[in-house]
Design a protein around this ligand. Structure first.
Ligand code: MG
Length: 264
């Protein structure tokens, strides 16, 4: 009577324990290790951040540091820029027209600050209008404009307000400060890519923080930001960044602390 249960136990142990042991052995052999998903190369380059938030990191190209406009030329004829440098800031000269960088860029991270005068007048699009052209593709072309405008209690069409990619992307928020206060744009620009025939093979994308608030989130552009008509692409390789001297009658706006980091 006592043999049977023992035998049964032995039989059970014999059948059950061997496969379980094998299973454990197999599992421990195949158990993933944390090291298998560690990546050690390529090592990112060291970039020293600025001492203060918004300052240029060590690998930035400084486009305006308050001293001169040597990095800028007239967008019209590429002669030295003639905006007004004073008190560490750069103020639009409407008679001098648009200015653009001497250098040409593809993909980049851009920081700039602008101020709409406290005594701004006008309404709609004629109130503190300027613009940051993320790629100035040519004198006769629209390029890609990130709008600058006073929309602190000033209404206009929303795809043309501050933070918009002009007539294409409505900003996700209106983060405008009052006229007279400095405001920041931080932009990631991914340039469009064209094939040898000039056909777009990857569209342009823009991500924009306005005063630290996300207003454009990896927005896919349909082409250049046209004033009239539907956007379309026109092939270009590298392009300057352009600042707009808008023709409206309101007081000119100012810029400071402009830097760019080229991206792969
Ligand atoms: Mg504009």
């Amino acid at each position: 009577m006592r043999i049977r249960p023992l035998f049964a136990t032995a039989v059970f142990a014999g059948f059950a324990c061997v496969p379980v042991a094998a299973l454990f052995a197999q599992q421990s052999a195949e158990k993933p290790k944390p090291e298998e998903t560690e990546v050690w190369k390529p090592v990112p380059p060291v970039v020293t951040p600025a001492a203060t938030p918004g300052g240029a990191p060590s690998d930035a190209i400084v486009l305006f540091d308050g001293k001169n406009e040597d990095e800028w030329v007239s967008a019209e004829d590429h002669t030295p820029a003639q905006w007004i440098v004073h008190d560490g800031i750069l103020t639009v000269s409407k008679s001098a027209g648009n200015i653009e960088t001497r250098r040409r860029f593809k993909n980049y991270q851009l920081h700039l600050e602008f101020r709409i005068p406290e005594n701004i007048t006008g309404s709609g699009q004629a109130r503190g209008n300027s613009g940051v052209f993320l790629a100035s593709t040519g004198p006769g072309d629209a390029g890609y404009e990130l709008q600058v405008l006073d929309n602190y209690k000033n209404e206009t069409y929303v795809n043309g307000m501050v933070g918009s990619l002009y007539k294409q992307a409505i900003p996700l928020a209106n983060a405008a400060r009052k006229p007279g206060e400095w405001q920041t744009y931080d932009v990631v620009w991914t340039a469009p890519v064209f094939d040898a025939a000039g056909k777009v093979v990857r569209p342009a994308y823009a991500t924009v923080f306005f005063n630290g608030v996300l207003v454009e989130n990896h927005f896919e552009l349909q082409g250049e930001t046209l004033y009239i008509g539907k956007p379309f692409y026109k092939a270009y390789d590298r392009a300057p960044i352009k600042l707009q001297a808008h023709g409206d009658k309101s007081e000119p706006i100012s810029f400071r602390n402009i830097w760019v980091r080229e991206l792969p």
